[in-house]
Design a protein around this ligand. Structure first.
Ligand code: SF4
Length: 492
């Protein structure tokens, strides 16, 4: 199916296409090009300072909405409300056409908790902000409750100090590529790129720590992710973690993603533990070996069990587990089996992802094997119930495009095991100094909603040739004069 969207505001064309995809999945949308199998016609007019928007689909269905406020003089605010109006009008038509009410209503953004914080910054109570979000975006009650719970948990976590920063180290290598992968990760192959990569990281980390010192920034959370950091050998891990040691020793939290169970051994775990990691992540995704083969992960459930046992023996008291709902060939029973199996491994935190299918992914070819949206929704609900039974609370959430059932990814944790770095990333409330290919540094000032980024180049060869420039990009970002500092206002 191809949808033609005829609109006087092509600026918002992608947003309109996102609304269509809430209902019809990852279909093609043309903007101001007739000839699609379905045509949506958008018209609007402004009278006496009030904008009215109309959407019509193939002559049979239409919706009209108007602003509940006068057109604003503030161009940024005006753009935001204009976009919201046309998205919600189209959402109204799509609901009529399909007879469906999606769980997240017309919301297409990555960080829905933002809406609650934004409401609270205008003086609303949490309850009022939840009610406003529900009503404005047609968010279902259970999803609104989830947002409320998350914000309540976050409000009890340490708020970033104005002079704190996170350090992220990216290892963009994996032992094989998962079919659904959307990261820039490459396969380790013969491992020729690893030694120069480690050397480059050592230099970039050293320069970054100097920058932090010059700017008076204190360590907050350390996160080594990827990719799969344990694709590196134990001596290589030792070198990278040693380079970051001055940060790690003063950090509130230290996470190393072990990721693939088949990359973990005693030596690597010892190095990670001896360098102060307080949290590792070992991610089975599913307990079904046939699914693991199908999605290109070359490990088994038995290897996951062995990796958990090794990590416990090595003394790790916080292991996070990632699972995915909606994997090809899986049904609700299989997902329930995975949940029951994971119980015995006793992870202290659990992240339940919903499969997200990108256009470029191989998985695109496998659509026939994918569980339907309703089944995935039941899987996600079961994940939430299971986490609650284990005494875990949801503490961060994000959504992606093209997610099965238009759902969400949720991190759950036992009280006191919430990952600061995950919250910092999702809520964008702390500076992040990021090293490695494809890593993105962020300087933030939540008090005024300012976020600026310094991305590293993502291609590894390029990164090796231009490591000094990556450092210079961070230096330039922090050389800017900013009137404010990242503050504690978000969660007050
Ligand atoms: S482990 Fe993660 S980064 Fe590596 S290929 Fe799989 S999804 Fe991509």
């Amino acid at each position: 199916m191809i949808v033609s969207i005829m609109t006087p505001t092509p600026l918002f064309a992608n947003d309109l296409a996102d609304v269509v995809r809430i209902f019809w999945g990852n279909i093609e949308c043309w903007v101001n090009e007739p000839g699609g199998s379905v045509t949506i016609v958008h018209t609007e007019k402004t009278e006496e300072g009030v904008r009215r928007c109309r959407m019509e689909m193939s002559g049979d269905f239409s919706a009209v909405r108007q602003e509940s406020r006068a057109v604003s003089d503030d161009p940024l605010l005006e753009k935001r409300y204009h976009k919201r109006l046309i998205k919600q009008t189209l959402y109204g038509v799509m609901k009529q056409v399909t007879g469906r009410t999606p769980p997240w209503g017309s919301l297409t953004g990555i960080r829905p908790t933002r809406l609650l914080y934004e409401g609270m910054s205008r003086g609303l109570t949490l309850e009022e902000a939840v009610a406003e979000t529900r009503e404005a975006f047609d968010v279902r009650e259970d999803k609104a409750d989830l947002l409320r719970e998350i914000v309540q948990v976050q409000q009890n976590m340490p708020v970033p100090d104005t002079r704190e920063a996170d350090l992220y180290v990216g290892i963009p290598f994996c032992v094989s590529r998962c079919a659904y992968c959307s990261f820039l990760s490459g396969e380790v192959g013969k491992g020729k790129q690893l030694p120069p990569y480690v050397e480059a990281l050592e230099k970039e980390i050293a320069g970054t720590l100097t920058l932090m010192e010059e700017k008076g920034l204190r360590p907050r959370a350390f996160y080594m992710g990827g990719g799969t950091p344990t694709s590196l050998s134990a001596p290589m891990l030792e070198r990278v973690l040693s380079a970051a040691r001055p940060f790690i020793d003063r950090a509130r939290e230290v996470t190393v993603e072990a990721g693939r169970p088949d990359t973990i051994d005693q030596d690597k775990l010892r190095v990670i533990r001896d360098h102060g990691a307080t949290r590792i992540s070992i991610n089975p995704q599913t307990m079904h070996d046939e699914t693991l083969v199908r999605i290109g992960r070359r490990h088994t459930a038995a290897q996951t069990e062995a990796a958990y046992a090794l990590a416990r023996q090595a003394g790790f008291t916080h292991i996070n587990m990632d699972l995915i709902a909606g994997l090809p060939g899986e049904n609700l029973d299989m997902f329930l089996q995975t949940l029951a199996w994971s119980r015995d491994l006793r992870p202290e935190s659990l992240t339940v992802h919903t499969l997200s299918i990108k256009r470029s992914s191989l998985l695109h070819l496998w659509e026939a094997q994918l569980p339907d949206g309703h089944m995935v929704e039941r899987m996600v609900d079961e994940g939430r119930r299971e986490a609650a039974r284990r005494g875990m609370r949801p503490y961060y959430l994000y959504r992606q495009k093209y997610m099965a059932g238009n759902l969400e990814n949720v991190g759950y944790a036992l009280p006191g095991h919430e990952c600061l770095y995950n919250v910092d990333m999702m809520e964008e409330i702390a500076h992040v100094l990021a090293v490695g290919a494809g890593a993105i540094s962020k300087r933030v000032d939540p008090a005024i909603g300012r976020i600026e980024r310094a991305p590293n180049v993502s291609e590894i060869r390029n990164y090796l040739d231009r490591t000094e420039e990556m450092l210079a990009r961070k230096q330039a970002l922090w050389a800017q004069e900013w009137p404010g500092e990242p503050g504690a206002q978000r969660r007050e």
